[in-house]
Design a binder for this molecule. Structure first.
Ligand SMILES: NC(=O)C1=CN([C@@H]2O[C@H](COP(=O)(O)OP(=O)(O)OC[C@H]3O[C@@H](n4cnc5c(N)ncnc54)[C@H](O)[C@@H]3O)[C@@H](O)[C@H]2O)C=CC1
Ligand SMILES: NCC(=O)COP(=O)(O)O
Length: 328
């Protein structure tokens, strides 16, 4: 059976998404996975494109042209200069991709990066895709952000909030709930029968026995105990400054981190061009490149498509594996 195509959203049209989409199409046109862009043809002027009316037309067209399910921009495209007038198209593309995935007409949703502040200024009330997707396609629990590259997977337990708010909002229950979702996803989608989780400490030296903050004793350690009681191989709290060395990374399958930068600095430092952002805990598959809109280089031909290609490949693999799982 031909695999379902992947829906790739336009992201911020003034960013590098159009360029990386075109480069990804060139790289994948022969091997697949087949994908189509929900966007405006003006985003990809340097590759052959073909307009489609339905996802079902994408696979046949993919080898010769980038299929586009049109979603026209309201304001002319100026690379490097986002226009809030285009926000409805950016948001609409995400909504359309999710609807297609929920209807079983695409194998997965892959998102190009959005310029968060521009969408916020236009009235969008979610800090990122992750939270928006949780609302559109949640599965009863919270959406969980995981970034993965060869040799490292990280999960920020608190995501797009100010650091002070992350510290205020962190609870044992959040860590436990996300640990369970991560362990289940590693089993289901990443083929790990007994996933090994490590949990980062919040404070320097994981609190140094309470002398540098009591959160590691009062919030993090009870979460690890609860995860272990649930049969999940979890350990910590580990001092965050040494848990990403090559030796340490060999001892676990995913690291739960207490705030955004604790998770994302190590992975982007290790593999900015190969990292993939995967949202766990949804009723659909969603991946994305790990980088943002890179407005500073938009239109200069400098954008590396590696992370988007990795995101498309991972989405294709996850979709194929779920299709095998549900086959009679
Ligand atoms: N999934 C998403 O929608 C994401 C969106 N963003 C958004 O992107 C915007 C810009 O964020 P920044 O923090 O500046 O991060 P960024 O990733 O856009 O850029 C950081 C630096 O890396 C460079 N860079 C990024 N991707 C590159 C690529 N593929 N090839 C070559 N160079 C690349 C940029 O030129 C810049 O110098 C923000 O609005 C942010 O919220 C950021 C991350 C993910
Ligand atoms: N820093 C990661 C990031 O911003 C990705 O967010 P999302 O849009 O995938 O929720």
């Amino acid at each position: 059976m031909t695999p379902l195509p992947l829906a790739l959203t336009m992201g911020e049209p003034a960013g590098i998404g159009g360029e990386t989409t075109a480069k990804a199409w060139r790289a994948l046109r022969e091997s697949g996975p087949a994908f189509f862009l929900i966007g405006d043809p003006a985003q990809c002027p340097d590759v052959p494109t073909t307009m489609i009316e339905a996802p079902e037309q994408a696979a046949a067209a993919f080898a010769t042209a980038l299929p586009i399910l049109p979603r026209p921009l309201a304001a002319p495209l100026r690379l490097g200069h986002p226009d809030p007038a285009n926000a409805p198209a950016v948001i609409g593309a995400i909504e359309q991709a999710v609807q297609l995935a929920l209807a079983g007409r695409v194998g997965a949703v892959v998102t190009n990066p959005i310029q968060k502040a521009v969408l916020t200024a236009a009235g969008f009330r979610h800090p990122g895709h992750t939270e928006f997707l949780g609302e559109l396609a949640g599965d009863g629990g919270p959406p969980v952000m995981m970034l993965a590259c060869p040799g490292l997977r990280v999960v920020p337990v608190t995501i797009h909030v100010a650091l002070a708010e992350a510290l205020r909002s962190l609870t044992t229950a959040m860590i436990v709930e996300q640990g369970r979702i991560v362990a289940a996803a590693l089993r289901r989608d990443f083929g790990l029968a007994q996933p090994r989780l490590v949990i980062a400490g919040l404070n320097p030296h994981a609190g140094e026995a309470g002398t540098m903050g009591r959160e590691d004793i009062e919030i993090v350690a009870p979460a690890i105990a609860a995860l272990r009681a649930a049969g999940i191989a979890a350990r910590g709290p580990l001092p965050a400054d040494t848990m990403f060395t090559p030796r340490a990374r060999a001892g676990y399958d995913a690291a739960l981190c207490m705030y955004h930068d604790q998770a994302l600095i190590p992975i982007k430092t290790l593999d900015m061009d190969g990292g993939v952002n995967v949202t766990l805990g949804l009723r659909i598959i969603r991946t994305s490149p790990d980088h943002g809109t890179a407005l500073d280089i938009a239109g200069q031909g400098l954008a590396d498509p590696g992370s988007l290609i990795a995101a498309l490949r991972l989405a294709g693999e996850m979709a194929a594996s779920r299709a095998r799982e549900s086959a009679p």
